[in-house]
Design a protein around this ligand. Structure first.
Ligand SMILES: [Zn+2]
Length: 142
């Protein structure tokens, strides 16, 4: 079921040209802002706002999909630590921010939201190459 008032259900967020792959219960997108390289968003494919609204089998599969993304990003970006954020305050539709935190992270002790920075927006071949690289890695590692 889609909620017509929900940006995630209606496909206006995340940007459709940032789609990396479809894992089954979720779709994986490269986050608009790549200040933290590899920042990815895993979006549940139907409308739900809370984990407890899912059947336990869905929850299990969904966390496996999030885990698959995290393992892939950790390897591709040689992450020192992975961050997982399931908030939904701005877009109340289940989605995880999965963020590799790298050795040269400017604020390794802070959540990304607390780090003031200019957004790094990828476009053209740089965007496409990043998406292709992650889609390929997800097929290999997952
Ligand atoms: Zn929704």
């Amino acid at each position: 079921m889609k909620d017509t008032t929900c940006n995630a259900c209606m496909g206006s967020w995340p940007r459709q040209d940032h789609l990396i792959t479809d894992l089954g219960l979720s779709k994986v997108y490269l986050h608009d802002d790549q200040f933290f390289p590899g920042w990815t968003v895993v979006v549940f494919q139907r409308h739900a706002t809370e984990l407890f609204q899912l059947a336990s089998t869905e929850r299990f599969q969904l966390i496996e999909e999030v885990n698959r993304v995290a393992m892939t990003l950790a390897e591709v970006y040689q992450a020192r630590k992975m961050n997982y954020e399931l908030l939904g305050n701005q877009v109340p539709h289940i989605h995880w921010h999965v963020i590799p935190r790298l050795a040269d992270d400017p604020a390794a002790m802070e959540p990304v939201w607390r780090v003031p920075h200019r957004s790094v927006l990828l476009s053209g071949s740089v965007l496409q190459n990043t998406i292709d690289r992650l889609a390929h890695a997800l097929r290999m590692i997952g």
